[in-house]
Design a protein. Sequence first.
Length: 160
Amino acid sequence: MRDRQGDLEELTGRVSHGLLAGDVVVAVDHLLETGDWHGEGDRETAARVQKLLEALSERQAAPARLPRSRQMLASKTFLETMHAVQAQAPNEPVQEYLQRLAVALRDGLDGQLTPETRRDLGRVRDLFAYLGQRNLARVNDVTRSRRDLSRSRSKANLAF
């Protein structure tokens, strides 16, 4: 059985990642539809994700030592992201693919929307849409397990 603090950390982390994913999807979709960012917030989101993709492209593997709870959640998120990338581009090295997506965001920030950049930005949007869906499913699982635990405790208290 998981502890309440662990559930809370996972839930807030997932919501945070899910919100970022949603922001990315909306921002990149707007860029692809109109040829421009909706505002400074969209540009900041794109720049943040560009840095994230670059950092992920440089990371070789999950940490070898046993991490603490937050590091475990970060490692789990990292592994889920790598799995999503591999599913999206099964015949391409993960690090190269992530770097290409980061370059597409940089080009989008610079206003260079070539057909190749547009294609890769669509892949950025699709990747983050998938990650957002996964995060939402995980949030639902966490809240459902908390609700079920609360119900079982209530029934146990009624039995006494």
